[in-house]
Write a protein that binds this ligand. Structure first.
Ligand code: TXE
Length: 479
């Protein structure tokens, strides 16, 4: 199927009529084309957004909210169709697309549809000066949203929903690797009554289409999720243009397991935090540190459980690990396994490609556990973003804290312990934007989401996202 751009409420071919192949990771075959959009398509999308802005920004909160909630309901009504499309495009198990990706995309619209009706601005009475200040929270105008391939519709809507809820008009680009559900979303928006031009979706490569969005002088804010290098490049372009910038980048998150934890619950969750979505989630706990006294027991039990995971075709309900997103990405992950071996890492299980009958060219990889001797090695310092975790023992709280922080990233961390004082100490000292204690990826959409260090700048989620997508303007009245 050929995907089209969604501009001014219409499905459009790219102006240059150039196309890119769209691959199905489960079998490695091309199954459609996507627009290789140029600057001219981005310009059209921008013009549509600019024209829609005066009316949309003055539309009441109730009316905006109703439309966002309608989009959410339509996504829920089309759950099966969207989940199948997501699984085919990305390689993720259908069970995951059905229970996580698409329901969460629907929640994003519902959540921000409700949040905008509760979003208040501040007032400050200057007592003794006979003056009153109030802060207006005004939409920015036309904003750009650029999202990655790992959680395609989930992360795309995580940006778009707050942007339009706050009264902005959007030029958005999903990853060229997984464009399908963003394409399907256009028709849903029309059906929900979203006025034309409020959301425009342009498909294409990051270096051309994405770059054109970032460089566009009329696009005043960029919300980006993706790799750290790309984020740094975007910042170089956008900062001298004084654009508002939100960057949610990579992670190399520690999963810290103390001997006093609830062992079974830790084991179950550690399987998820290591291998969910083929390990292609920025929040995955890819560095597992285990207190020395339970290290041997953990090693045996963990590997036994990892070996039970079924690598299979994404469309099968029983599949735990589907295909990686692309051939290039599979090669990158395999290369990291080689690097780990060369630096004396011991592959305890996995490490090889999996050939599935009838789908021999699919991008399948065994879930892989590597024992490392030090946190300083490359496999522990760089983001692999695949079904690969390292494990190593630690002796003391100080030792593990130091290793947890000795990495360039700072997105999330998981702690497994029942010691309250230790929880409080460690949570305050770990350098990360998100800490989970005795759980992983438990999300409340009101909470701030984002990282420190090379994991990005800014926070998404709840009112943080609505603050990002609005400009604060103070009005001071002397009476
Ligand atoms: O991401 P890119 P890639 C990490 C992960 C992965 C690595 C590279 O380690 O292996 O990043 O992945 C668009 N101007 N994460 O190369 O390139 C691009 O088209 C504007 C972590 O696939 O960052 C896509 O829409 N846009 C991560 C989006 O950026 C540009 C999720 C992300 O792609 C652009 C994904 C440019 N110059 C990968 N260049 C997470 N934080 O969850 C590219 N893009």
């Amino acid at each position: 199927m050929n995907i089209k751009n969604y501009i001014n409420g219409q499905n459009e071919n790219p102006i240059n009529n150039e196309w890119i192949d769209n691959y199905c990771p489960a079998n490695g075959e091309v199954y459609g084309k996507i627009p290789n959009s140029s600057k001219a398509d981005v310009e059209n999308a921008y013009n549509a957004a600019k024209s829609a802005f005066p009316v949309w920004s003055q539309t009441t909160f109730e009316a905006r909210s109703r439309i966002l909630i309608k989009i959410s309901e339509l996504l829920e009504a089309n759950l099966q169709r969207f989940a199948e499309a997501e699984s085919k495009d990305n390689g993720k198990p259908i069970s995951l697309a059905k229970t996580v990706d698409i329901p969460r995309a629907a929640s994003n619209f519902r959540f921000f549809g409700n949040a905008i009706t509760q979003f208040a601005s501040e007032s400050h009475e200057s007592v003794g000066q006979e003056a009153m200040n109030y802060t207006l929270r005004q939409p920015i105008g036309v904003v750009g949203c650029i999202s990655p391939w790992n959680l395609p519709l989930y992360l795309f809507t995580w940006k778009i929903a707050p942007a339009i809820a706050a009264g902005n008009c959007v030029v958005a680009k999903p990853s060229e690797v997984t464009p399908m559900t963003a394409y399907l979303l256009g028709n849903i928006c029309n059906e929900a009554g979203l006025p034309k031009g409020v959301l425009n979706i342009v498909h294409g490569l990051g270096t051309t289409t994405g770059q054109a969005i970032v460089e566009h002088p009329g696009i005043k804010a960029i919300s980006f999720t993706g790799g750290t290098e790309t984020g740094a490049h975007i910042a170089k372009v956008a900062v001298p243009m004084f654009k508002k910038l939100s960057l949610e980048l990579g992670g190399k998150n520690p999963n810290i397991i103390f001997a006093d934890c609830d062992y079974e619950s830790m084991l179950e969750t550690t399987i998820r935090s290591s291998f969910s979505n083929q390990g292609q989630i920025c929040l995955c706990g890819s560095r597992v540190f285990v207190e020395a006294s339970i290290y041997d027991r953990f090693k045996i039990d963990f590997i036994a459980k990892v070996k039970q995971l079924k690598v299979g075709h994404p469309s099968e309900e029983s599949t735990n690990i589907g295909a990686l997103v692309s051939k290039t990405h599979l090669e990158k992950v395999l290369n990291y396994i080689d690097i780990a071996k060369n630096e004396n890492g011991i592959v305890l299980c996995g490490g090889n490609k999996v050939i599935i009958k009838d789908f021999e060219n699919g991008y399948y990889l065994e879930p892989t556990v590597i024992e490392v001797l030090t946190n300083e090695c490359q496999i522990n310092q760089e983001e692999v973003f695949g079904p690969v975790v390292t494990i190593m023992p630690f002796n003391s709280e100080d030792h593990v804290l130091q290793m947890a922080n000795k990495v360039k990233y700072g997105l999330s961390a998981t702690l497994w312990t029942n010691d309250l004082k230790r929880t409080m100490r460690m949570s305050s000292q770990i350098q990360a934007g998100i800490i989970w204690v005795n759980t992983w990826m438990m999300r409340d959409l009101r909470t701030p989401f984002g990282g420190v260090k090379a994991s990005g700048i800014g926070r998404e989620g709840g009112f943080e996202a609505l603050r990002f997508f609005t400009e604060a303007k103070n009005v001071c009245i002397k009476y």
